[in-house]
Design a protein around this ligand. Structure first.
Ligand SMILES: [Zn+2]
Length: 673
């Protein structure tokens, strides 16, 4: 094993395009546990965007070099420079065929990157920088090429030989060995390369795409898991259909394979045409798995499938852009799950996780922007901020544009950049080009870390029938980023009358931009300044504001709601998320009071208002899933977020007392449902 040089920081601003592009690559693997031979044949072409005469520089680590050739000429040792991390060939022409034969030791590869042997199988993991442990290559996502892969192995031990693309040839060889050749016609970066060999069993199905193409679907598992694949297969077909319906994206190869193995270290990996999963993310049987496990599988299978477009066909230029594929794909899988299940419940679950785990990350010592500007080790950046906050940024773009323009924007993005490795600017530009929205200020979301804090106040004038909302935004300093800029924040609002009806919204012109039509009951306000006032006219009575509907931006929002206003929102808000959130705010207020009593050394009691409010939920006509969410008190972690100094014992004790009180006082209601 070799390790990287310590403290070699890589900066986004230092990005340079590759010196050579790869026209195509052919790989031949002769698999043996300790002595796997890999022969690579690569057509290189000098990139005219870079200066002339640059050397060929290829990454490679833990490789035993057997031989090198250029245009069929064997290279002597004076013709190249080799180190633990690199192979450099100083003197090369503009276009040539490079061939390397190397030996690797998959049985002793414990890094779980590159090709490794686990139990009785061979398996790969190449994202982010694992391909360099397979052979010498420009192992960076902006080098995309068509791969052809021949896999040779013992026939009895490894009857199944899989790689990316479509199988084009198979046959027997001497010494009880056999081979399969796979061809992937779509250009891809090396991190999407995959190979699996082993004694696996398959569940097969088929799918007809929207243009009538027939696709074979295969889920490969260890024999004991064969009976647990039905749900994953159903989820896959639902995801394929959903991506056609919602994004117009069709699957492209003749075969789509999922391999689910017990010893895969990552959760799941979207290798082109050959996803590899840890079996916990695929396998479930109704008699042994919970609803939550079923939904998780549905979400993960869909996530990896959706990457075929958002990640594979259009990929990241460099690893600073990781959120380009992950943020967008998380957004897509969240909406898929919302459509397959209860949308409000899905949003509640996602926001609850974001507000506890991601907000904490964004305030802590590892706080970083969604697009970091430097890293030492990219594998440390597969974070909640890149994935979950990245998804929230895409959701904000969708909120600013509305569904029709967002779809036009994603169509343009896919069409414009198919087969390319691009940046978050390219994604946002497509959204700007179809909508005319200026995203210049919005881009700060990608570069600025920390969770913005909004303070909202209101004012109603019954004479002029005007209602004003004043919003102040501030982002606290984070690790390494002291000064923060105001962000462009979409705030979806509605106004409720005393009877609980939604009031039509007429924004006074020139008082700030907003998405949506005058008279709608929902508008998205564009907050751009540190402090900004939005004025609504023709408001016939003092309304109760429903702010940040659907959690339209990843922010903390403070508004001094009265107890009655929260009860009103909890009962009447048409936005399912805000109904739940009003209940959470009510519960936080009640628990805060209890914690005060607890800290003063007295025995706290739960306020009856909350008990009454919860009782009302049972007869409120809510779906069982949303009712279940609304009856859960805020988590201890989220309660902790409400304090500067966290009263750990108080939170734990008071939440426990509150739960017990609710269980006792609402026993009849709980039993009845
Ligand atoms: Zn992903």
């Amino acid at each position: 094993m070799t390790s990287k040089l310590p403290n070699s920081v890589i900066h986004l601003k230092d990005y340079l395009p590759p010196a050579f592009s790869v026209q195509k690559i052919e790989l031949c693997f002769d698999l043996k546990p300790n002595h796997t031979r890999v022969i690579s044949t690569i057509q290189f072409k000098r990139n005219p965007a870079r200066e002339a005469g640059l050397p060929l520089e290829l990454q490679g680590s833990d490789l035993k070099l057997i031989s090198l050739q250029i245009d069929n000429q064997v290279l002597s040792e004076e013709q190249y420079i080799i180190s633990d991390e690199m192979l450099i060939i100083p003197d090369v022409v503009d276009e040539f065929v490079f061939q390397a034969e190397v030996e690797i030791d998959p049985a002793n590869n414990t890094s779980l990157e590159g090709l490794y042997r686990s139990n009785t199988m061979f398996c790969t993991q190449c994202e982010a920088e694992g391909f360099r442990k397979i052979t010498y290559y420009p192992d960076r996502p902006d080098v995309m090429a068509a791969f052809t892969t021949k896999v040779i192995a013992d026939k009895d031990e490894y009857p199944v030989l899989l790689s990316n693309g479509n199988p084009i040839e198979r046959g027997d060889l001497d010494g009880n060995r056999h081979f399969v050749t796979w061809q992937d016609p779509f250009d891809k970066p090396a991190y999407l390369f995959a190979l699996v060999a082993g004694d696996l069993q398959v569940v097969k199905d088929r799918y007809t795409t929207m243009s009538g193409r027939d696709v074979a679907l295969e889920i490969w598992v260890e024999p004991e898991n064969l009976s647990k694949c039905d749900h994953a297969m159903r989820s896959l077909k639902a995801a394929m259909k959903w991506d056609e319906d919602v994004y117009g994206r069709e699957y492209d190869l003749d075969i789509y394979m999922i391999v689910a193995v017990n010893d895969f270290n990552m959760g799941a990996m979207e290798n082109k045409g050959l996803n590899i999963f840890n079996s916990s993310c695929v396998l479930a049987r109704p008699d042994t798995a919970t609803d939550a496990a079923f939904q998780r599988i549905e979400g993960v299978v869909a996530h990896e499938y959706f990457h075929n477009w958002s990640g594979n066909r259009v990929t990241c230029r460099d690893w600073f852009q990781l959120s380009l594929k992950e943020g967008f794909t998380v957004y897509r899988d969240q909406n898929f799950s919302a459509d397959m299940n209860d949308a409000a419940v899905k949003r509640i679950e996602d926001v609850a996780m974001l507000r506890t785990a991601q907000f904490a990350e964004d305030a802590g010592p590892t706080s970083h922007p969604v697009r970091p500007d430097q890293f030492i080790e990219i594998s440390n950046f597969y974070t909640l901020t890149i994935y979950e906050k990245g998804s929230e940024i895409v959701r904000m773009i969708a909120n600013l544009l509305g569904p029709d323009l967002f779809r036009k924007g994603s169509d343009l993005y896919f069409q414009r950049h198919d087969g390319q490795a691009v940046t978050v600017e390219d994604f946002v530009s497509a959204m700007a080009d179809v909508s005319g929205v200026d995203f210049t200020q919005f881009m700060t979301w990608y570069s600025q870390a920390g969770t913005p804090e909004l303070t909202v106040s209101d004012e109603y004038d019954s004479k002029t029938q005007q209602y004003k909302l004043t919003i102040v935004q501030q982002t606290p300093a984070t690790n390494g980023q002291e000064d923060k800029l105001p962000l462009h924040i979409p705030i979806k609002v509605g106004l409720l009358s005393a009877s609980g009806a939604e009031l039509p919204l007429h924004l006074v012109s020139n008082e700030g931009e907003a998405s949506g039509e005058q008279g709608d009951v929902d508008r998205v306000l564009h907050l751009r300044q540190s402090e900004q006032t939005f004025v609504f006219e023709n408001v016939t009575e003092q309304p109760v504001p429903s702010l940040l509907r659907g959690f339209s931006a990843p922010v903390k929002l403070a508004f001094s709601y009265s107890q009655d206003q929260l009860l009103h929102l909890m009962q009447h808000d048409t936005d399912g998320f805000n109904r739940w959130d009003a209940g959470q705010r009510l519960a936080i207020n009640a628990l805060k009071e209890m914690i005060k009593t607890f800290e003063a050394g007295h025995v706290p009691e739960l306020d009856d208002t909350l008990v009454t409010a919860y009782r009302g939920l049972f007869s409120g006509g809510l779906s069982p899933a949303i009712l279940a969410e609304m009856l859960v008190l805020p988590s201890e972690a989220y309660l902790g977020e409400q304090f500067d100094v966290i009263p750990v014992d108080g939170i734990h004790a008071c939440r426990k007392i509150a739960r017990k009180t609710l269980a006792q006082k609402l026993e009849a209601e709980f039993k009845a449902c």
